[in-house]
Design a binder for this molecule. Sequence first.
Ligand code: ATR
Length: 268
Amino acid sequence: MSKSFAVVGHPIEHSRSPELHHAFAQKTGLDIDYQKRLAPLDGFASNIKSFFASGGCGLNVTVPFKEQAFELCDVLTERAKIAKAVNTLWMENGLLHGDNTDGQGLVNAIQSLGWSLKNSKILILGAGGATRGVIYPLVQAGATHISIANRTIERAQQLVNDLKAHVTQAELSVLPLNDLNGDFNIIINATSASLSGEALCLPKTVHFEYAYEMAYGKVSSFLQQAEQRQVPTSDGFGMLVGQAIEAFYIWNGVKPELSDFLTLAPSH
Ligand code: ATR
């Protein structure tokens, strides 16, 4: 019988995870079943309990349940503890284990583009959950300076204060989003502005060599402005594939090659 996996969220219809995991399984010769699960907003814990009770092997968790998943785990990886959010669950020795593969997914995507993270200086726009999840993996991959710019500057400051103890190898700093300036290797848009179609302004005072947009599926105002500067850009489809590959690896012990799956991206 095939091993059973699922992604749980609310809403869930839009999720591309089943398509990705089935493609990984096909490529690696594994027999898996991967479904979408819509959990009620007030019923996440019982939903995942029944999944594992009925023999499920692994779950991905998406909006809005990643923080709840973090709270429910008996055992957490270091990067999940720092992210305070979990996107990958499995049972081991009767204990619920949780990891967060989003940050490593971003690192894999950036590296597969050939953009170096070693000794890099990075500017991240946004200070929400998406930013929290990627800082530690970026530093582990070699980033030495990370500036966080946010509309609400206090939130960026809070995030830096929270993460400082965990990322001693890198310098973390804060910038107001309406006064961006400085020279960076990579700028990353981790705000939800692109999802809601709101514009962000990249002023001439900020310089960068590469631009990464975490959202995918359409060209955001962030990507348009970066393209006008004629720097290499990417949307977040590679990060989506990257986080899925890391989850697949945790559950199955086999790591598919990211570049084999980028052609699954929808054209804009
Ligand atoms: P996520 O988990 O995706 O990071 P979140 O925690 O709601 O979502 O955070 C959303 C981020 O996008 C925040 O940094 C938010 O800025 P504020 O902290 O000031 O709210 C940012 N954001 C959302 N809409 C934005 C916009 N129109 N312009 C600039 N930043 C925006």
